[in-house]
Design a protein around this ligand. Structure first.
Ligand code: TIU
Length: 220
């Protein structure tokens, strides 16, 4: 059996049952004028990981393994946006408001799109999700079951919000989850560190953490 070097211990790879999940690498989280910036965040932290995320995606494509992309977004009529989510925090632009990249986090708007460098290619699955976790109110669980997927490698943003929420959802559903450390980022460096430490604590209680190089070498 191939193992991927990881923390807190080696990840036991099932090469025919693994997929990459790239969480929310959208313009709204990475570009000035988007949702992330409207919350007062420095979005340049997110753009810095684009080459790393691209390297990981290309490693999966070269290995002929599935790549799944997620997008945090809502219907134009906001029927899938609970008031508790819309009104939370104090963003200068709320979800659904008209901004410089169209309506914030609304399906089909320019700012909601995945960054051009990381755009899905034909045949890759794109999950539109109204929550922070990618299993809530989406067909992700059924899609993974149909394809016999048992292990998930995670990348994307932000580490402690949508990535960690989705990893925890996946862990509860029985998936073995490995987070690619350089391919995830937070607006808050200390939150990334804390999330990574939480995930791998207590004998991989929520999952493993590994490097892009070791993951690509393992799946090659
Ligand atoms: N604000 C923040 O850190 N994250 C989000 O709102 N969404 C995701 O993490 N994708």
């Amino acid at each position: 059996m191939v193992e991927i070097k990881a923390e807190p211990f080696a990840f036991p790879l099932k090469r025919d049952a693994i997929a990459l999940v790239v969480i929310d690498m959208q313009r709204d989280f990475a570009e000035p004028g988007g949702f992330g910036a409207s919350l007062g965040n420095d979005v340049s932290r997110i753009t810095k990981i684009i080459p790393d995320v691209k390297r990981l995606i290309e490693g999966f494509r070269s290995a002929g393994l599935p790549v799944i992309h997620t997008m945090e977004c809502h219907r134009p009529d906001l029927s899938d946006l609970p008031p508790a989510k819309r009104n939370r925090g104090n963003p200068t632009l709320k979800i659904g408001d008209e901004g410089p990249m169209g309506r914030v986090l609304i399906v089909g708007e320019p700012g909601t799109q995945i960054l051009a460098e990381l755009a899905p290619i034909d045949g890759e699955i794109v999950i539109e999700k109204p929550g922070k976790g990618a299993f809530y109110a989406t067909p992700l669980g059924e899609i993974l079951k149909e394809r016999g997927i048992e292990q998930l490698i995670f990348a994307g943003v932000t580490t402690e919000v949508c990535v960690q929420t989705t990893m925890r959802e996946a862990n509860d559903r029985g998936y073995e989850c490995l987070l690619a450390e350089e391919a995830t980022e937070s607006y808050f460096p200390e939150f990334k560190t804390a999330a990574i430490n939480m995930i791998k604590a207590q004998g991989a209680i929520v999952g493993w953490v590994g490097s892009i190089e070791d993951i690509i070498e393992g799946i090659a």
